[in-house]
Design a binder for this molecule. Structure first.
Ligand SMILES: [Ca+2]
Length: 184
């Protein structure tokens, strides 16, 4: 007799969470109208010509949610899971029009900025979305990259030189780059 009453009590207790389960479902519905906006942290631009540099033009950036989408916008197709630091040197060097990739973080981490062009002295001048953010630079087709403090290719300068495909952390100009020029 005692056991039976315990079972009834447990059965009643089990029924409570079932009724309560309606509330979390209602909470999910209430959250639907405001889904979090996914940031577009992976951007693409083309080098400005020496004439455009001289006229003070700023670079136009097109940004995407994933690194793979940013690459695909210029015809490089990799898996959606590929992150900037994981992009193989083989892929980087297979695209002769990719000058370099800049990163917000050290050693190829964080948001990325792909720069297309050749290596004959063209450059980029950054707007407020990327000014003073670059912390590391990965060389693609261009072996020498000159980073400048100001957006008009002047002020303190830091150059990176080396093997194509290598990534360099900036020191003096970490989080200070306003413009850059690309050379062979
Ligand atoms: Ca940074």
């Amino acid at each position: 007799m005692f056991d039976v009453s315990k079972r009834i009590a447990r059965g009643a207790a089990v029924g409570v969470p079932m009724v309560g389960a309606v509330l979390p479902m209602g909470a999910v519905v209430a959250a639907d109208p405001a889904p979090p906006e996914v940031p577009k942290n992976h951007c693409v631009t083309s080098e400005l010509t020496p004439e455009q540099l001289a006229s003070g033009q700023r670079s136009t950036l097109t940004c995407f949610t994933t690194f793979a989408e940013a690459l695909a916008s210029r015809g490089i197709h990799v898996g959606e899971e590929v992150q900037p630091a994981g992009l193989s040197t083989e892929v980087i060097l297979s695209v002769s029009t990719l000058a370099a990739v800049h990163f917000d973080g050290n050693n190829g981490g964080g948001a990325s900025l792909l720069v297309y062009g050749d290596c004959t002295g063209g450059g980029i001048s950054l707007d407020s979305s990327w000014d003073n953010r670059i912390s590391s630079t990965r060389h693609a087709a261009c072996g020498t990259i000159k980073h400048f403090d100001s957006t008009s290719y002047s002020g303190t300068q830091e150059n990176t030189r080396g093997l194509y495909g290598n990534t360099f952390d900036l020191t003096t100009l970490n989080d200070r780059v306003g413009s850059a020029k690309y050379f062979a």
